[in-house]
Design a protein around this ligand. Structure first.
Ligand code: HEC
Ligand code: HEC
Ligand code: HEC
Ligand code: HEC
Ligand code: HEC
Length: 359
């Protein structure tokens, strides 16, 4: 009896969801919150579905749950406003990602985020608990006017403002081999975890809803990564100071690169680049996130880390050292296998920070 109960509890905790709720579509917010709506519409949160995000689709197309189970298990975080979210997360049900289902196309909608009441912690993933009151939205701001269109609930514990409302989806994702595929290291002791202060900075008097990140608006985050250079007699070091509370990049598909060159008497001298990756795999070979059971290599710049990259090169007076830190969203080595070699978003090198140092 005891054992069965435990197994039941365990499987419930894996697939734990908060049932299905009805959410006002984001287009309804547009007429009164126009700026926020426009920012949100071009952010990743409005584009998390397989038909809008080719990188997500490429992985989902290969996932065993796609063909065998016919169940879009990713919906828990990628289409949480789906009207059949419960089926997506229940064994034996059929619930595909559906381009024609409007609630799927809402992706991570305005109303969804603003109704997250609490987070239930879980081993494999956390779960968002949604406020059942329709059209009542949490806000950390004290309101003078109570709008007639919807109710507002004052976020007295700063659940939203502190970024605690983000970690239902962003804390971690563990596969069945107990490998953390992705983790935002929210328990790290070094720094503040406030996702909102960095990723939703105040602009034009409101919290930015374009969610600065690795796809879009990364220029808003450059101030959290400092680059400096130290010069010695026969070598130099480029020092990268990551002031964020998590690794520079989080998803295992990403590859960050530090490119360096020297301008000397109008000529360019190339310097060997440095690559930062976290590769997951099995039996010492890179593997898909559902197969991987180990981290094979981790050179990613960690939370609050100061990384020095040294090169044996003698800098002369008048030399200019040019430094570019950026990333590929998809590891170039995985492009072909994922059929992404012709997709610009996957193949392009995103420049994050560019600096020159004169000697
Ligand atoms: C008919 C106009 C109207 C529509 C439509 C509307 N809102 Fe509002 N909303 C308001 C007004 C007015 C306020 C109060 C602004 C203030 O006090 O400064 C407000 C405030 C808010 C706040 C709190 C911001 C603050 O200043 O405290 C949130 C969050 C919010 N709305 C979310 C939404 C969402 C999500 C939608 C769509 C599902 C939506 N609103 C649709 C008029 C509207
Ligand atoms: C626990 C929540 C959660 C679940 C469940 C989830 N994801 Fe995600 N996924 C995220 C978050 C958060 C990000 C953004 C991470 C980042 O940018 O580092 C993301 C990003 C991705 C990306 C990168 C997309 C891009 O444009 O670069 C891929 C690929 C992806 N997920 C695939 C999947 C697949 C396939 C599934 C289902 C089998 C799935 N995810 C289930 C939370 C989740
Ligand atoms: C319902 C789940 C969910 C919640 C809640 C959520 N996110 Fe996300 N977030 C995602 C997913 C899924 C992605 C990846 C989308 C993709 O790449 O397809 C993502 C992507 C991002 C990105 C990357 C954007 C880019 O340009 O690459 C940032 C930054 C981000 N989220 C910040 C936040 C912050 C801050 C909060 C809290 C205010 C938050 N998220 C709440 C699921 C969520
Ligand atoms: C990923 C989660 C997420 C999504 C999606 C989201 N919001 Fe927000 N929103 C927040 C958080 C967190 C804050 C609080 C920022 C703070 O308190 O500093 C906020 C703040 C606001 C505010 C108050 C803004 C201010 O600073 O004056 C309004 C209004 C609002 N959101 C409306 C919307 C509307 C409308 C949409 C869709 C177009 C939307 N939100 C989508 C998380 C989200
Ligand atoms: C001190 C500032 C800071 C804080 C706090 C912070 N981040 Fe970031 N975040 C960054 C920087 C810098 C990057 C890398 C640059 C970029 O992606 O544009 C980044 C990147 C990301 C990405 C994209 C990673 C990828 O692999 O695509 C996601 C998703 C993200 N952060 C989510 C979060 C969440 C969720 C929290 C809170 C738990 C958080 N961040 C806290 C600064 C911060």
């Amino acid at each position: 009896m005891h054992k069965i109960y435990l197994i039941l509890l365990f499987s419930l905790s894996i697939f734990a969801n908060d049932g299905v709720h009805k959410f006002a579509p984001s287009s309804e917010c547009k007429q009164c919150h126009t700026k926020i709506y426009d920012e949100f519409s071009s952010s990743m949160h409005a584009n998390t579905t397989p038909d809008k995000d080719v990188i997500h689709k490429a992985i989902w197309d290969k996932h065993p749950a796609n063909k065998k189970m016919n169940r879009y298990i990713c919906g828990k975080c990628h289409t949480p406003a789906a009207n059949n979210l419960d089926k997506m997360l229940t064994k034996g049900s059929i619930a595909k990602a559906d381009v024609n289902n409007k609630t799927h196309q809402e992706a991570i909608s305005c109303a969804y985020c603003h109704r997250i009441k609490a987070i239930k912690k879980g081993k494999r993933t956390n779960t968002n608990i949604i406020n059942k009151q329709e059209k009542a939205y949490y806000t950390s701001l004290k309101n003078k006017i109570n709008p007639s269109y919807h109710k507002l609930i004052e976020d007295k514990n700063q659940f939203m403002k502190s970024g605690n409302s983000c970690i239902g989806c962003h804390s971690h994702k563990m596969n069945k081999h107990s490998l953390n595929v992705c983790s935002t290291e929210i328990n790290n002791k070094n720094g503040a975890d406030n996702c909102v202060s960095c990723h939703m900075p105040k602009i034009d008097g409101h919290a930015f809803h374009g969610f600065a990140g690795s796809h879009f608006n990364s220029e808003m985050l450059t101030k959290y990564v400092d680059i400096s250079v130290s010069k010695n007699a026969h070598n130099f070091s480029v020092n990268i100071n990551n002031k964020s509370s998590h690794s520079l990049l989080l998803h295992p598909l990403r590859v960050a690169v530090l490119k360096m060159s020297i301008t000397r008497a109008k000529k360019t001298i190339k310097i060997k680049k440095e690559v930062f990756v976290r590769i997951i795999g099995k039996d010492n070979k890179p593997a898909m996130p559902w197969i991987a059971d180990a981290v094979l290599k981790n050179t990613m710049i960690q939370a609050n880390e100061k990384r020095s990259v040294k090169r044996n090169f003698t800098l002369q007076k008048g030399d200019k050292l040019n430094v570019v830190l950026g990333w590929f969203l998809v590891n170039p080595k995985a492009l072909k296998k994922l059929g992404l070699q012709n997709e610009e978003v996957a193949t392009k090198f995103n420049v994050f920070k560019k600096q020159s140092f004169e000697f």
